[in-house]
Write a protein that binds this ligand. Sequence first.
Ligand code: ACO
Length: 339
Amino acid sequence: MNLQAPNQLPSPNHRSASVIGTGSYAPQRVLSNAELEKMVETNDEWIVSRTGIRERRIADASESTSDLAAAAARAAMENAGIEAAEIDLIIVATVTPDMFFPSTACFVQTKIGATRAACFDVSAACSGFLFAMDIARQFIATGTHNTVLVIGADKLSTIVDWTDRNTCVLFGDGAGAAILRHKEGSNGILATHMGSDGAYAEILYIPGGGCLNPITAENAAQGINTIKMNGRETYKQAVTSMLSAANIALQAANLTSDDLACIIPHQANLRIIEAIADRMKVPMDRFLVNLDRYGNTSAAAVAIALDEANRTGRMKSGDRILLVVFGGGLTWASSVIEW
Ligand code: ACO
């Protein structure tokens, strides 16, 4: 895997960007492992022991990705104490956009009334929220934008093959959001890192539905527009790339894992998180884990976890935290933040 991507460091001459509020939204409908036992040949013991997932949320047909995203955005605006009119940029990370175009960010803009904002989407699968946060940081650093709404939102239930036990037990729907802004007296985001390796595209992807393999009646019946995954290879690359990304951002921030109050990793699989904790020599109680309740919600996962950490008081002002993610592409990213 190409882990030598150049590091991106915030310049000390630029304005820092801080997270001033977070929010999240999960659909009401809970899909338990027991219910999955009735859909495919699986069982609760297999799912829990291999993944740590006990249940996930599934949006109903009337709820689109932009609905999930708008609900998370409203919660983040309330948490930050800002009005929609103050937002001048909306970035939505998703692989399940409402439509190919317009962007899901444009739909969110209308739903929350952020009439001044410019809007676009980012496609980096499960790494999307941290890619979007880093884009937001740079817009704030250069001074072109002041208040940026970053959202990770996915309705994976629409792209899961519900007859494939290898994948359907893993995923769920949800959205998480953060408001970023320069805050006097706060260092905010201290260091970030992003990387990709397209040579591994086919270990985790959706082969059909784009212009390369448009949907036809025949290939739709074969599920060409649903998630295909080589689980073992994905597992291996997830551990390697997240560890590397964590170390690069920590080094860039001149910190070690001992300086971290909390680590918020991508919520794909408890065993992946335990392997990273083991190799970083950090006790598991410093990792935020909520995948048991949500499964893997792709771009939303780390955003929902960040909101949970914020609302449950996992970090106090001045604490350093690490966010680290991995996703299809392959993509990976990390961010060290002074809270
Ligand atoms: N229930 C019961 N048995 C199952 C299930 C299931 N849901 N799924 C697979 N099995 C079977 C397999 O068919 C296989 O049976 P076989 O030996 O008869 O062929 C057996 O269990 C072992 O399968 P493996 O794939 O080897 O199981 P493994 O221990 O590797 O666990 C898992 C599978 C959980 C998918 C693991 O590989 C993993 O977590 N990989 C990473 C997945 C991931 O994180 N994906 C997303 C990351 S990026 C993103 O978020 C988009």
